[in-house]
Design a protein around this ligand. Structure first.
Ligand code: ZN
Ligand code: ZN
Length: 135
């Protein structure tokens, strides 16, 4: 992760990027899969309003949607964590065309078609079953 910052007057501008490998669980087939993120972000921190003289600013701080820092220390961890969460895919699938699990036997259809899919899909198999039942 890289993080650059510079000050412009009282405001501190952060420009950074993070990249890394993550492990997710596919929403369809439940398999673990790895994906990587490479995301840039920008943050602007403004100094916490002083008690003296800026009463109005303090009253409205929640409405402004800005992140404040107090002069002693800046805790970036929650801010960066927020950026990471925003960058995560909202719906995690191991791949766009994941076939998911068979509704009957629970087989992972990505690795191989299960036997129930074959039985349903092949008309010759259906005929075979009919013959067996009728005997
Ligand atoms: Zn999947
Ligand atoms: Zn199956």
């Amino acid at each position: 992760m890289h993080l650059l910052y510079y000050r412009s007057g009282p405001e501190i501008f952060f420009s950074g990027n993070f990249s890394g490998a993550f492990t997710g669980h596919c929403g369809r087939c439940l398999e673990e899969f790895n994906f990587s993120l490479d995301q840039t972000f920008d943050l602007v921190l403004t100094p916490e309003p002083k008690r003296s003289g800026h009463r109005a600013a303090e009253l409205h701080r929640d409405e402004l949607g800005l992140s404040y820092y107090s002069s002693e220390e800046i805790d970036l961890a929650p801010l960066i964590a927020e950026q990471v969460i925003l960058a995560l895919p909202t719906r995690s699938l191991c791949s766009e065309d994941c076939r998911g699990l068979c509704g009957k036997c629970g087989a992972n259809l990505n690795s191989e078609p299960c036997s129930c899919a074959n039985a349903d899909g092949d008309p010759r198999m259906a005929l075979f079953r009919t013959l067996k039942v009728g005997r």
